[in-house]
Ligand binder design. Structure first.
Ligand SMILES: O=C(NO)N[C@@H](Cc1ccccc1)C(=O)O
Ligand SMILES: [Zn+2]
Length: 156
């Protein structure tokens, strides 16, 4: 799973609405593993398929403490397919975000503190869970990418 080139803000792929994933096959699993390799190489804690030039509704969340995010909570990497945002707290929280498509910059972004989400895993099984804090932040950031939105459109 060779790392893939990461699209930079301004490229059309980052402005598109991602397509629903329909085939839960080995190609999908291979793309997910290439995304993980690309994210790890870039020291990221998340990455969305459009960022590796694939307009699919698919992203990785993999919060872990590293030099870019020393306070990030540790979680097992999660592959999120065809995500839906079911509900979001009225409470918003401002926090620092980076984006692998906007290298070397940080932005203060408002996000919902808590969200309830539904998505499919690589086997196509539906999962539903509540996320909060930094992991909810990563989900919202990646979910934006699938709608063609980057943090530049969100920065206060
Ligand atoms: O660009 C991406 N993902 O799209 N990667 C971001 C993910 C992220 C999201 C929210 C807060 C911090 C970090 C990164 O810096 O690893
Ligand atoms: Zn991003």
């Amino acid at each position: 799973n060779q790392p893939l080139p990461i699209a930079l803000v301004g490229e059309a792929i980052l402005k598109q609405q991602a397509d629903e994933v329909r085939d839960f096959d080995e190609k999908l699993s291979h793309l997910a593993s290439q995304m993980v390799a690309s994210m790890v190489e870039a020291k990221g804690v998340g990455i969305a398929a459009p960022q590796v030039h694939s307009p699919l509704a698919l992203f990785i969340m993999a919060s872990r403490p590293n030099e870019r995010y020393p306070d990030a909570p540790l979680m097992d990497p999660v592959v999120v397919v065809n995500p839906q945002l079911l509900s979001a707290s009225a409470e918003l929280v401002s926090g620092e975000e980076g984006c692998l498509s906007v290298p070397g910059q940080r932005f203060s972004i408002w996000r919902h503190q808590t969200i309830v989400v539904r998505y499919q895993d690589l086997a196509g099984q539906w999962q539903q869970t509540e996320l909060t804090g930094f992991i909810a932040r990563i989900f919202q950031h990646e979910f934006d990418h699938l709608q063609g939105i980057t943090l530049l459109e969100r920065s206060q």
